[in-house]
Design a protein around this ligand. Structure first.
Ligand code: KG4
Ligand code: ZN
Length: 357
């Protein structure tokens, strides 16, 4: 474990529909602590449109970001001069929003003479469990959010191997689309989970795409279409029908995630035979209790440890960005003011494998 001086990092997140800022401390022993974590969700602004409208999101970030940063510092009881570095999401995400956060971070870094760290949003999700649970490398990451569904072998900071991903929709996206076709509102994940609680999971049997194939990729598009066809077949839908469809969909999804995770844990054991197996779930879908409980069973049966960070650290937030910034700062991996915002930025494409072990 590297020993460094403790650092306090301000993190800014604006890549989708949350305007967020946070201050975290990274202690010299590598553990972390959240001093503040302020999130302003734009859910209400986007609700009438049934999804996130990029232009509206960017404008709302412009309006609210200054105040959110001020609140994050106030709650941490710190001033700008107490901060050691400024981190902001530099991608992937909606480019207008990413530009707002990254440009603000650049301005702060330049004015205060502090280092800037442009954080990959997926890396921020990937490293969150080290902040919440202080876990060591390597570990297996299942990242399931609105934009991504992937298995990643996490070997160190900036050192990621993509083992499988979705060939069409992301899992959170599938939840959101199913919710939309059932008029459950946006975001769909929590609404589908809530409706599924009272539903009968065996009334409808939906497909489990790719389930029996020997690969770690996901496909959710066919499942989504099957849900739509079923809903059309029994329309008009009553409350019970909606609950049953949600329960059947969620059952299908949990079966897929469970099977894939079993395979990924076997691969982890092959690649890291000397290391304890840890399965980390990150991204907004990790807030789903049903999925978390199925993964707990899979991990238990495989003799692995499951780590699910608290829900407020699984959905988009500033603390994960500040933390990824602190991890990079500890390794001297800072960025120039010419750092570009990127709409697309795959996790295994992070150029500098800084490789902390
Ligand atoms: O990580 P996140 O906050 O934003 C992205 O970077 O995408 O993930 C948001 C996604 C949305 O698709 C949302 O519907 C899904 O996470 N989600 C859930 C739940 N809570 C949020 N999906 C299933 N069950 C939930 N309880
Ligand atoms: Zn995210």
């Amino acid at each position: 474990m590297n020993k460094q001086a403790p650092s306090r990092v301000l993190g800014i997140e604006t890549s989708c529909d949350e305007t967020a800022a946070s201050v975290v401390v990274r202690n010299s022993d590598g553990s972390g602590q959240i001093l503040s974590n302020i999130v302003r969700s734009q859910i209400r602004e986007h609700q009438p449109y049934g999804g996130v409208v990029p232009e509206l999101a960017a404008r709302a970030h412009v309006v609210h970001l200054d105040e959110i940063i001020t609140r994050a510092l106030r709650e941490a009881e710190l001033g700008f001069s107490d901060i050691d570095a400024i981190a902001a999401t530099a991608g992937p995400g909606l480019i207008g929003g990413v530009l707002v956060g990254l440009t603000t971070a650049k301005a702060l870094a330049a004015a205060l003479g502090k280092p800037l760290i442009g954080v990959n949003h997926l890396e921020a999700h990937a490293l969150t469990a080290r902040l919440s649970d202080n876990i060591a490398f390597p570990y297996l990451l299942l990242l399931v959010s609105g934009g991504h569904s992937q298995f990643v072998g996490v070997r160190g900071v900036g050192d990621y191997a993509l083992w499988g991903s979705t060939i069409d929709d992301a899992l959170g996206e599938a939840f959101d689309k199913v919710a939309k076709m059932l008029s459950l509102g946006h975001p769909g994940g929590p609404a589908v989970e809530k409706a599924a609680k009272t539903g009968d999971a065996v009334r409808f049997r939906f497909p489990r795409p790719l389930l029996n194939q020997d690969r770690m990729d996901f496909s959710f598009s066919g499942l989504k279409t099957a849900v739509r066809l079923q809903a059309e077949r029994i329309a008009p839908l009553g409350t019970k029908d909606i609950a049953d469809i949600c329960a059947g969909f969620q059952q299908s999804v949990t079966d897929i995630v469970a099977r894939r995770s079993e395979m990924a844990l076997i691969r982890f054991e092959t690649e890291f035979p000397e290391h304890a197996r840890t399965l980390v779930v990150a991204g907004g879908v990790a807030a789903n209790k049903e999925i978390a409980s199925v993964l707990a069973r899979v991990a238990n049966e495989a003799g692995a440890t499951l780590v699910v960070p608290p829900a407020n650290l699984c959905t988009d937030n500033g603390a994960m960005v500040a933390w990824a910034g602190a991890e990079r700062l500890a390794l001297g991996a800072v960025d120039g003011l010419d750092m570009a915002a990127r709409a697309r930025w795959p996790l295994d494409d992070i150029s500098m494998a800084v490789g902390a072990k």
